[in-house]
Design a protein. Structure first.
Length: 234
């Protein structure tokens, strides 16, 4: 599961999950470019670019810059997402739209931006982080669960549209992710069964590797499923 020399763009690469996924990709041999709304001044082992991935013009600018400076893009890993509580009747239109924008629109715009380049080259990997809650919903996070379910549909549609192109599209479905933020938000819950960020990173690296070339349209659970009541934030 090596990514030797592969150019890997990671959207949300400095976030809670990105802090594990990004260095793991570097260790696997990839040339990594992270894309975040804000970037940290000190970054080691990879290139950091600033962009708002919910804005199409920003994404196009970054994709063009990476292609110009690195010669191409082999893998897109999208870690961008957001979580919000609220039953359907309690959810206002602004929150509904925010969940769709963060969890689906960003994924659509990122995929759309890299697709012409990847299709022209006849090779590429597009990977999105969805959530197990899209498969096994729970009450109290209506907008989030609908948004992640829509992301799963996007993954499957793209995989069908790209069949035979050499470009694959897959997703991972973590349960609650063991991050400091989730521990702080749910201090009463035992995190021992939560999904480890390292497990997500390893799955993403496999899906980005040459060995996963015949896998497309998959949504792979990561973590302990069957009874998970809370979805982790990416």
């Amino acid at each position: 599961m090596r990514l030797n020399g592969k150019v890997v763009v990671i959207a949300g690469g400095s976030g809670a999950l990105g802090q594990t996924v990004t260095p793991a990709c570097v260790t696997a041999g990839a040339r990594v470019i992270t894309v975040d709304r804000t970037i940290t001044p000190k970054v080691g082992g990879w290139t950091a670019l600033q962009a708002d991935v919910t804005h199409e013009a920003d994404i196009r600018r970054v994709v063009q810059e990476v292609i110009r400076t690195h010669g191409g893009i082999d893998v897109l890993i999208n870690l961008v997402g957001g979580f919000a509580k609220g039953r359907a009747e309690e959810t206002d239109a602004a929150l509904w739209q925010r969940m769709l924008t963060m969890n689906v629109t960003a994924a659509f715009l990122l995929s759309k931006a890299v697709l012409p380049h990847m299709v022209e080259r006849g090779a590429g990997r597009i990977l999105h982080v969805a959530a197990w809650a899209a498969v096994e919903p729970f009450p109290g996070a209506a907008a989030y669960i609908v948004a992640k379910s829509s992301l799963m549909a996007l993954i499957k549609v793209l995989a069908l549209e790209l069949k035979g192109s050499g470009v694959t599209v897959n997703g991972v479905l973590p349960t609650t992710i063991d991050t400091p933020a989730n521990r702080a938000a749910m201090p009463e819950v035992d995190p021992c069964t939560w999904t480890k960020p390292e497990s997500i990173a390893e799955t993403l690296i496999f899906l980005a590797s040459e060995g996963a070339g015949q896998i497309s349209g998959a949504a792979i659970p990561v973590g302990t499923t069957g009874g998970a009541k809370v979805a982790g934030k990416a």
